[in-house]
Design a protein around this ligand. Structure first.
Ligand code: ADP
Ligand code: MG
Length: 378
């Protein structure tokens, strides 16, 4: 099949910050973008050529996308897989509806990974109260109860010490279908962004070491400070997941590195990912540009890292006493500031990020930490 030529209109389901960065990458190669997002104001909608303000199921909006766009992609995994399925019948779609339907459901995702021989945390399906009355093995405690769908940034999760706490925890999650997972001793967390083209060509971005605070990504350190064997194993597993999923597009695989050195897959995200934002400033090709290239059947770009980098998320908490003083970031000439144009800073809301580029990862980390501290101390 031939490529989608610059100048063409691309469709995007979801108008958040990932969509905004995809739109910028698409526009810089000369494409135009139509965003479908039910929110009147959204980070991608405000910069795209068109914004269809409608529900993701809306038949008129989906018809409009399918007839005016040469290719369609998505920026968040909770987009209804049936919307993607509909679009697949009319235009090029990346990622495929089937992969998205697996990755957007924690239970299906874990079953898929386990069935294909990938190591994951011991898990158990908790679909209803009957599942709670059965005796639950002690290996699951302490554990984490996670909703199967629509959880993100640590939301929809409850930590549990013993089985007697399960009924209350399940009730607090509105008795939605859940996965109970053993709480693991984490040495660190890493992620691999893998890109796979319609022709099966695979490229892997450098591994990020991710630090979370209250379940939300706080910082990504690249390259990850892990032994070479673990890095190699993670790259191999990431490529295998993309192949087994028959994936097309950019995919993120989150891993746990346990204190005993074992490598487990935590979860997969069928889209560019927060832990890959560093690629905008520190790689020859960003994760967003790679998604544009794959969707448009252009050759993939090099994922080579130009310099060590640390990415720090900017959450709404920082806005408590008004707009932060951005000079604290920008006065470091090796720092890059990215703001998503969101109005309404709320605690925990991702408003932007910054990166620091340096000759060594230690220097990047030290400078990023210093900027973080200065932003908090007004
Ligand atoms: P989300 O979809 O919200 O990102 P995750 O399953 O990735 O959900 O969980 C968020 C964070 O919580 C993880 O990055 C990790 O720090 C911690 N976490 C999740 N599951 C476990 C586990 N089984 N053991 C230890 N920590 C966990
Ligand atoms: Mg996660």
């Amino acid at each position: 099949m031939s490529s989608i030529i610059p100048g063409a209109m691309l469709g995007l389901l979801g108008g958040g910050q990932l969509g905004r960065m995809f739109t910028m990458a698409a526009q810089s190669i000369g494409y135009r973008v139509t965003v479908l997002d039910p929110a009147e104001e959204c980070p991608a909608g405000s910069i795209a050529e068109r914004h269809l303000c409608a529900d993701y199921h809306d038949p008129t909006a989906l018809h409009e996308l399918s007839t005016t766009c040469a290719g369609v992609t998505t920026e968040f995994e909770n987009v209804p897989a049936d919307a993607l399925q509909f679009l697949e019948q009319h235009c090029v779609v990346s990622p495929p509806a089937r992969s998205v339907s697996i990755a957007q459901n924690r239970m299906l995702e874990k079953q898929f990974l386990a069935a294909n021989g990938f190591s994951v945390a011991p898990f158990l399906a908790i679909k209803n109260n009957d599942d709670l009355s059965a005796e639950i093995e002690t290996i699951f405690f302490p554990g984490i109860l996670k909703v199967s769908q629509f959880g993100y940034d640590g939301k929809g999760q409850v930590r549990i010490n013993a089985s007697r706490e399960l009924p209350n925890a399940f009730a607090s999650l509105q008795q939605q279908p859940c996965v109970l997972e053993q709480l693991l001793p984490l040495g660190c967390e890493i992620s691999v962004i893998v890109a796979r083209g319609f022709d099966g060509e695979i490229s892997l971005f450098p591994i990020a070491e991710n630090q979370h605070v209250h379940g939300i990504l706080d910082m990504s350190i690249v390259p990850a400070r892990i032994p070479a064997e673990i890095a190699q194993q993670a790259r191999k597993m990431a490529a295998e997941v993309a192949i087994k999923l028959d994936y097309c597009g950019v995919l993120c695989i989150e891993f746990f590195v346990l204190t005993d050195g074992r490598l487990l897959i935590n979860e997969i995200a069928p889209r560019p990912h927060n832990s890959g934002h560093y690629t905008l400033d520190a790689c020859i090709t960003s994760q967003f540009e790679q998604q544009v290239r794959i969707l448009c059947r252009l050759p993939q770009g090099s994922t080579a890292l130009l310099t060590p980098v640390v990415m720090v998320n900017l959450l709404g908490d920082l806005w408590q006493s008004g707009e932060p003083a951005w000079s604290k970031v920008l006065r470091n000439p090796n720092a890059k500031l990215h703001l998503y144009g969101k109005c309404g800073a709320r605690p925990g809301r991702k408003m932007g990020h910054f990166t620091v580029l340096a000759d060594t990862v230690e220097q990047a980390l030290q400078q990023a930490e210093a900027i973080k501290v200065s932003l908090k101390n007004r």
